[in-house]
Every structure is written in structure tokens, then in C-alpha cells.
Design a protein around this ligand. Structure first.
Ligand code: PHE
Length: 471
């Protein structure tokens, strides 16, 4: 299909907002703060930053280059260069379905909390924790919000690349920055807020172990939307004269900035009110509103702002996940965009129902053998295995199965833009990145509780590889 027919980004700013919109999401505002909290703050953040710079940026540039070089989405990219690698693209599409099996659930919580903040949630600070527990374990209420959230995704993605995804990113991303800055300013001006800064920026290296490193690596992949073909797909809609290294730098820089901003929005205020940092996934839904409740009237406004920001961040990310899955059916099966988007989201809503119920009604019925519920299964499989292995696959593919000259030509736009780091990048993706990921993954998998889930994930990948030519 010709580039114009597939759709294309309208402007450089639009692409950057869309790609940054994909990267900046629940990973930055919901997950990064609680992972940092659970893993001792500063030390986690240092390893996270090292992984972003060394591995994340290299993988992102690889994905942009492979995507634009082949002009097709994830599966087609691998397939058009080497048929045996089709499974790597298919793994990405499966990851998109799996992440979209729980992401809209949390996105729905964010939408719900915009309304709850406005309608009296903060009036009784002591029961905010209980009410969150009651809300997510309820059978129907979270599902309705999940459906609302997923519906908004469909509305954006059906409109296509420049009119839908790009248009949404251009409005929502700048808005997100403004909202976060308002909250940071308030947090930093509270008494004792410097304790929060100390927690974020003083590393406690006694907390470093294999599991923590895997958490930091998985988070780097998740947060930058890597290892599942998303940036391949977004890269395939890029014009040939765009500067790929510069875009990589800007997109990953913005993503890291927003993660740190989320930390700054939460921890100074949290310490100022003498609360605990290690609060798990409930951190932003329990601790954050509790902090706002203690601020009096202005707290209600800030809480609404915070959850609007969370919702906006989640929406621009989940549209990219929906796009990865839908683009497979559009590019490879020739479906119309509308048919692809609607069918794909129908499957996603089923997964979301199971994931949401697994936190409440079905909490006592974990999946046999694996021992976890659907929500946790989808989360662990993607975050801890699929994305990291997807990262190994795309770098090994580019490093060993794509011609070096082709990569160089793509990345330097036929020699018209200089990229002095080309050799460094090439060595990194050919050797270092796959090796580092393998070492961290093995160290992490050994320490993890859910080993059955890990083995299950590896089996899925092995199975896909076996059938690679038929895909
Ligand atoms: N990067 C998104 C976030 O931080 C999640 C995501 C992962 C989106 C993979 C697309 C692909 O929330």
C-alpha cells in the first residue's frame, strides 16, 4: 500500500506529540512512582535512567528505522525483510492485546476518579483507601468506566493517523504538562517537602538486586513503548526527511521528564503529610487523593486536575496500543480501518472484563497452575517478559539480519544528516543491548515469585517461533 493511503503524520510536531503521547502514560504517572516507592527511590531511579539512555534510546532508534525503512507496521516490517522473523512482529501484536487487556481498566479508574474527586471523595480522607478497594472489587462500576475509556480510544483511532491520533496528541500532551506543573508547584511549596526530594534523589544501593533491576528494565521498555512494535508502527507513518536520531532523543527525553515530574508531583507532598512511599498500585488512587483531601478546598481542584492528567496520559498511550493491533489487520489482512479498530477492541473488552473481575468477584479464583489472576497475568507477562524479549528480538534482527548500509542510509536520510554516533549505536544494538537484557532478565526471573507465569510466557514465544512461517 502506498504511504499516502496508509496515512502519514501531518507535521514533525504532530509526530513528536503522538510518539511522546504513546510513551507518556500510566507507566509514567501510575506505575513509575509506585515502583520507585517500593524499590527505595533514588537507586531505582538511577538504574532506570541508565537503562533508558543505554538501552531504551538505542531500541527506539532501531524501531523507528526499521518501521520507516519498510513502510509497514510491526508484523509487515519483520516479514518483508526476513520471513522467519514474522513471529517477532506477531509477538508485538499479542503484547498489544495483552497490555490492552488491563490498561483500559486502570484508564477507566482514572476517568472515574475525575468524577469522584468532584463529587465528595475528598470529604472523608480516612476512608479513601477503603473506597478505592470497594470500587475496584465491585463487579459493574469499574467495567462501565473501562468501557467509556475504551470507547474514547475507538473514537480517536478510527479517525486515522493525522486526523485522530496526531490531533489528539497535539492538544492533550501540552495540556498534560501544564496540569502536572500546577501540582508540582503546590507540592514543592508545602512544609517539609524536601524530604520527598531526598527520597527521590538519594540512592540507597542496599536495595539493588536482580528483581529490582528487572523492574527498572521492564519499566524502561513499558514506559518508552518499546519491544512490541509500537514505535515500528509509528515510524512507518513518518516522512522520509524526518531526523530519526533527533526524534528518538526528544521522545525519550519527554518520557523521562514526565516520569520525574510525576515523582515530583507526588513524593514531596507525600512526605510533607508524613505518609508512606511504598504503597503499591494504589499509590495514585489512595495516597494522592488523601494528600489532596488534607489540603482543604483547593485540594478538590488539584485532585480533579491530577486525574484529568492521568486520564489524558493514559488515552494517548492506549490509542497507540490499539493502533498496533489494528494496523496488523489493516496492513496484513487488508481490512478497513473501521472494521479493524472495532473488531480489535471487541477482543480487548473481553480481556478487560476478565482483568477487572480478577481484582474483585474472581479474586479467589486464580488461573490454575499459574496462580495469578488475569490482571496480574497480563501485566507480568508483558512488562517482565514480552517487552524485554521483544527488545532483544528487534535489536538482534536489526544487528544481524538487516544490512548495515541499509540502516545507515535510513538513519542518516541517505547521508544528508550527520549521525556521528552511528557506529556506537550499531555496536550497542548488535552486541551490548541483547546481552544486557538477557543478563538482567535471567537475574530477575530467578528472584521472581511467579515463576510459572514466566515459564508460560517463554512457552508462548517459543510456540510462536515454531509457527513463524505460517503467520
Ligand atoms: N508507554 C505507555 C505508558 O507508559 C504504555 C505502552 C506500552 C504504550 C507499550 C504502548 C506500547 O503508559
Amino acid at each position: 500500500m502506498k504511504k499516502e493511503q496508509r496515512g502519514q503524520w501531518g507535521s514533525r510536531f504532530g509526530f513528536i506529540m503522538a510518539a511522546a503521547g504513546s510513551a507518556v502514560g500510566l507507566g509514567n504517572i501510575w506505575r513509575f512512582p509506585y515502583l520507585a516507592g517500593e524499590n527505595g527511590g533514588g537507586a531505582f531511579i538511577i538504574f532506570y535512567l541508565i537503562f533508558v539512555v543505554l538501552i531504551g534510546m538505542s531500541v527506539m532508534l532501531t524501531e523507528f528505522a526499521v518501521g520507516r525503512m519498510t513502510d509497514t507496521a510491526a508484523v509487515g516490517s519483520f516479514k518483508s525483510i526476513d520471513k522467519r522473523w514474522t513471529f517477532a512482529g506477531v509477538l508485538g501484536v499479542i503484547s498489544a492485546f495483552f497490555i490492552m487487556g488491563f490498561y483500559p481498566v486502570v484508564g477507566g479508574w482514572a476517568v472515574a476518579y475525575i468524577f469522584k474527586s468532584a463529587t465528595g471523595l475528598l470529604a472523608a480522607p480516612d476512608v479513601i483507601g477503603d473506597s478505592f478497594g470497594a470500587f475496584i472489587t465491585n463487579a459493574w462500576e469499574p467495567l462501565i468506566w473501562t468501557a467509556v475509556f475504551l470507547f474514547l480510544n475507538v473514537v480517536v483511532v478510527v479517525r486515522g493517523i493525522s486526523k485522530g491520533i496526531e490531533a489528539a496528541g497535539k492538544i492533550l500532551m501540552p495540556m498534560l504538562f501544564v496540569l502536572l506543573i500546577i501540582i508540582i508547584v503546590k507540592g514543592l511549596t508545602l512544609p517539609n517537602s524536601v524530604e520527598g526530594l531526598k527520597f527521590l534523589f538519594t540512592p540507597d544501593f542496599s536495595k539493588v538486586n536482580g528483581e529490582m533491576l528487572l523492574a527498572a528494565l521492564g519499566q524502561a521498555f513499558f514506559s518508552l513503548s518499546l519491544g512490541m512494535g509500537c514505535m515500528i508502527t509509528y515510524g512507518s507513518y513518518l516522512k522520509k526527511d524526518e531526523n530519526l536520531p533527533a526524534n528518538t532523543f526528544i521522545v525519550s527525553g519527554l518520557d523521562t521528564l514526565v516520569a520525574l515530574m510525576a515523582g515530583l508531583a507526588i513524593f514531596p507532598a507525600l512526605f510533607s503529610f508524613g505518609m508512606e512511599p511504598a504503597a503499591g498500585p494504589g499509590l495514585v488512587f489512595v495516597v494522592v487523593p488523601t494528600i489532596f483531601a488534607k489540603m482543604g478546598g483547593i485540594g478538590t481542584v488539584l485532585s480533579i486536575i491530577f486525574f484529568v492528567a492521568l486520564f489524558v496520559a493514559a488515552l494517548t498511550s492506549s490509542v497507540s496500543l490499539l493502533e498496533v493491533a489494528a494496523s496488523y489487520f489493516i496492513d496484513e489482512r487488508g481490512w478497513s480501518r473501521a472494521k479493524a479498530v472495532v473488531s480489535v477492541s471487541a477482543v480487548m473488552i473481553v480481556l478487560c472484563v476478565l482483568a477487572s473481575l480478577s481484582l474483585g468477584v474472581m479474586a479467589d479464583m486464580p488461573i490454575p497452575v499459574l496462580g495469578v489472576g488475569t490482571f496480574d497475568l497480563l501485566d507480568i507477562l508483558t512488562d517482565k517478559i514480552f517487552l524485554a524479549i521483544g527488545g532483544v528480538l528487534v535489536t538482534v534482527f536489526a544487528g544481524w539480519f538487516v544490512k548495515k548500509e541499509d540502516l545507515e542510509r535510513e538513519i542518516t536520510n541517505n547521508g544528508t544528516i550527520p549521525f556521528p554516533l552511528f557506529e556506537t549505536w550499531y555496536t550497542l544494538i548488535k552486541f551490548d543491548v541483547p546481552i544486557i537484557i538477557a543478563v538482567v532478565a535471567i537475574a530477575g526471573i530467578m528472584g521472581i515469585e511467579q515463576q510459572a507465569v514466566m515459564i508460560f510466557g517463554l512457552l508462548i514465544i517459543r510456540f510462536l517461533a515454531l509457527f513463524s512461517k505460517k503467520l
